[in-house]
Design a protein around this ligand. Structure first.
Ligand SMILES: *Cc1c(COP(=O)(O)O)cnc(C)c1O
Length: 235
């Protein structure tokens, strides 16, 4: 068995174990394979293994791979997980399954504009910046509710499906856990508002180093790259 497939088995069994130990059903947690900088052969191994959700953080790379995959591309759910510049929206609008990085009104404006052209409704997650690190994008906690209300009222081509967040760069497990708990709290609060076109079905939290903590805190989608495909050298 290839290394990628072995790694996938390991990650899946880790996910299953945490689910069992924290009283969750493993079907509640989706594994998103993060494939930035990963070559197509390795992606195909993951596809053969059964993975159908791939995450890219650059629109150009997503578009290129989508085209290189030909007919297979249609069988894959392509997630855009990185910062999205407004001028790149048009390249991915007809390919993307879920945008994880909705974080400003100008981006909503452009997504709405492009979505109308292709007659699509675009599923998005609002990215939350809990740790307030300057390197992180995302909406600050105090602005989340008004941001989501505005989307619900003014952008009918955008469907908010949940929240995405990244843990702080730290080994401090409690610090990471606190961030994830914070995301879950916001989701609960937003869900209770019952806004049109807004649900909190997806909590995209957890990466290679912290997905177990994230699952314990309610993650429904973990974004895992390194633990599946190995270390990236140029990122
Ligand atoms: C690269 C990346 C990941 C995956 O990180 P790993 O540590 O390799 O698992 C997850 N989310 C985002 C937004 C990323 O850019």
């Amino acid at each position: 068995m290839s290394e990628v497939k072995r790694n996938l088995q390991d990650v899946e069994s880790q996910i299953e174990n945490v689910c069992v130990n924290s009283g969750r059903n493993k079907d509640e947690v989706k594994l998103l394979a993060v494939t930035k900088t990963v070559d197509n052969d390795k992606m195909l191994e993951a596809f053969e293994y059964g993975i159908r959700d791939f995450g890219e953080n650059k629109p150009q790379e997503l578009t290129r791979k989508y085209e290189e995959f030909g007919e297979l591309a249609e069988k894959i759910n392509w997630h855009l997980i990185g910062t999205l510049q407004t001028n790149k929206v048009k390249y991915i609008i007809d390919k993307v399954y879920l945008i994880h990085s909705l974080d400003r009104i100008s981006l909503c404006e452009e997504i709405q504009h492009q979505a109308k052209k292709v007659d699509k409704t675009i599923d998005c997650l609002v990215q939350v910046n809990i740790s307030r690190e300057e390197t992180k994008h995302g909406v600050f906690v105090e602005d989340i509710e008004s941001f989501i209300r505005k989307i619900s009222e003014e952008y009918d081509s955008i469907r908010v499906k949940g929240l995405m967040s990244m843990a702080p760069f730290t080994d401090d497990e409690e610090g990471i856990r606190k961030v994830f708990k914070g995301v879950k709290d916001i989701a609960t609060k937003i869900d209770n508002l019952n806004l049109k076109n807004v649900s909190m079905d997806i909590l995209s939290i957890g990466m290679s180093n912290d997905f177990e903590i994230a699952i314990e805190e309610g993650s429904t989608l973990v974004r895992v790259g390194t633990a599946i495909f190995g270390k990236r050298n140029n990122y």
